[in-house]
Write a protein that binds this ligand. Structure first.
Ligand SMILES: C[S@@+](CC[C@H](N)C(=O)[O-])C[C@H]1O[C@@H](n2cnc3c(N)ncnc32)[C@H](O)[C@@H]1O
Length: 526
């Protein structure tokens, strides 16, 4: 978290990597300090330009950034929109750029992510239940709380600008209430507030859920997932804190299409090698859109965990032919593009299947740069039917199943508030059917990877156990060995990737710095 107490606008210009909350791990410290240096430089540039502007002009600019954040929050609330899809075009339309865009981005994503924490604090400052407040008023209060406690905007600026926003967008009466409530919020520091929340919580897990801003059912499910994977349950605080830190942008250099040494491909992007996957490059900064390799489809934006599980599927030995691969649930196509690049290097072909037509179009786009002939087909269809339609037709099959996404909460700031435990029943039924179909679609001797970006036991271990209970033609493979075989040689030697004792793999944001991807590898035996 960086403070901007000396900023005449009374606001910070923090980018995506802000450290939110206590108890986060210290990975990426080196990068954080370099980002800090960049921010200092930006700050001094900003300070110069600010002094040349009239106060009324400065206020208008600042209001624009806060108003943009407010408008995105309302769309997320009222239309179930995704903030990361709404905010960038809105900033472009309103010509909000540079530090103002950075401020609006941090204000929007930080407020959404830490909504649970701020609601718990606001509940102690408002004399009626928050559920009785108008949604727009509550969003204004949350924005004010994030400026005060998450961005260190000076109190006078955070309060007066947010009261102005309330007056413009909600009304004069509510604006008075915003003034009173934010003054109460400003009476304590973040650490003091977190102590209050911890003391008020009925038990330790509820305290962590509230201070680290997660619904209690998710905190409980994540703690169970840690235990079910042989990890200490007291890691839960670190895991929840890791969900609150915006991830760095990781790119995949698709093998055979480009690599890190290809200078023309990367332009002047500032890149460092990934920690685990030999295909991974981490971007300093947050906008990959201008990088030539991304524009041309030779590279993509992809979490390192996604890269690792895909490389592991491609790397595990199969008996016999190895020429026809299937991605059963391919949209939007990140893993399909990596799989196809790997298949191309071995003279193989990929079929990419996706049930949603608009997502199938994204798959086709992601695969556009692959050499001709590698992509046999991008098809629109229900993956549950492929096993019956094409029994034993593939050598390798990826089931990257639709899931709750509880392993990628750091990427979608609003998603933790949208999911409910009732989503699980429908998803786990679908996951079982997709895995069963994949096992029918692979030939004896071939391999299936079951992958989720959720560590929830009901979506991972229980799905696999249930499907295998009904079959005697499948064996479990050593997934940790398959992952170890594909990590970067340097990581293998110096810093062996911690993968636990089970035969499946569960990655974690607080341990590996990846999304919490699950991987089970299965071989069809007869
Ligand atoms: C986790 S995403 C896959 C992500 C993808 N592998 C990637 O790396 O870009 C799951 C996908 O499964 C699709 N899906 C859902 N139900 C399906 C079904 N019955 N058959 C095939 N695909 C399905 C969803 O539309 C979604 O695109």
């Amino acid at each position: 978290m960086s403070g901007y107490a000396g900023d005449p606008d009374g606001r910070g210009g923090q980018g995506r990597g802000g450290h939110e909350g206590r108890g986060g791990r210290g990975y990426g410290d080196e990068r954080r300090s370099s980002a800090g240096r960049q921010r200092s430089a930006a700050r001094s540039r900003g300070a110069r330009s600010t002094t040349s502007q009239a106060p009324s002009e400065r206020r208008k600019r600042t209001d624009q950034a806060r108003t943009a954040a407010f408008d995105v929050l309302r769309e997320v609330d009222e239309s179930d929109a995704y903030a990361n899809l709404v905010l960038p075009p809105l900033l472009r339309e309103r010509r909000i750029r540079g530090r103002d865009a950075g401020f609006a981005t941090e204000l929007t994503y930080g407020t959404l992510r830490l909504r649970g924490r701020y609601d718990a604090i606001l509940a102690t400052c408002v004399d009626r239940p928050l559920s009785g407040l108008d949604g727009a008023l509550l969003d204004v209060l949350r924005l004010g709380a994030h400026q005060l406690l998450g961005m260190r905007v000076p109190v006078h600026a955070a309060v007066s600008e947010t009261v102005g926003l309330a007056r413009n967008r909600v009304g004069a009466g509510p604006a008075q209430m915003v003034n009173a409530v934010l003054r109460r919020v400003s009476e304590r520091t973040l650490d003091e507030w977190l102590s209050v929340l911890e003391k008020e919580a009925p038990d330790a897990l509820s305290g962590l859920a509230s201070t680290q801003s997660h619904p209690l059912w998710i905190a409980r499910a994540l703690r169970e997932a840690l235990a079910g994977n042989g990890r200490a349950t007291d890691e839960i605080g670190d895991l929840l804190a890791a969900d609150n830190a915006a991830p760095r942008v990781t790119l995949v250099a698709r093998p055979g299409l480009t690599d890190a040494s290809d200078e023309d491909a990367w332009g002047d992007a500032d890149l460092v090698a990934g920690r685990w996957a030999p295909t991974a490059l981490r971007l300093e900064g947050s906008d990959p859109s201008g990088i030539p390799a991304i524009r041309d489809g030779l590279a993509g934006v992809q979490d390192e965990g996604s890269q690792l599980v895909t490389l592991a599927l491609a790397g595990v030995p199969v008996d016999g032919a190895d020429s026809r691969w299937l991605d059963l649930c391919a949209g939007p196509g990140g893993k399909a593009a990596l799989l196809a690049a790997l298949a191309a290097q071995r003279g193989g072909k990929l079929v990419a299947n996706e049930v949603a037509p608009h997502r199938a179009r994204l798959v086709a786009r992601a695969l556009a740069a692959l050499p001709e002939g590698v992509v046999e087909e991008v098809r629109i269809g229900d993956g549950r039917e492929v096993g019956a339609e094409e029994p034993g037709a593939y050598d390798r099959v990826l089931v990257d199943a639709p899931c709750t996404g509880l392993g990628a909460l750091r990427r979608r700031p609003e998603s933790r508030w949208r999911r409910t435990p009732s989503d699980l029943a429908a998803l786990t039924g679908l996951q079982r059917e997709l895995l069963a179909s994949a096992l029918d679609a692979v030939r004896p001797g071939g391999v299936v990877a079951y992958v989720t970006c959720s560590p929830h036991l009901a979506e991972t271990q229980l799905v696999v156990a249930d499907v295998l209970k009904k079959r005697d033609d499948v064996e479990r493979l050593d997934a940790p060995a398959a992952v170890r075989a594909v990590v970067r040689p340097a990581a293998r030697e110096e810093d062996e990737i911690p993968l636990g004792e089970r035969d499946d793999v569960q990655l974690w944001p607080h341990v590996h710095g990846t999304d919490a991807m699950h991987l089970t590898l299965l071989r069809r035996t007869a």
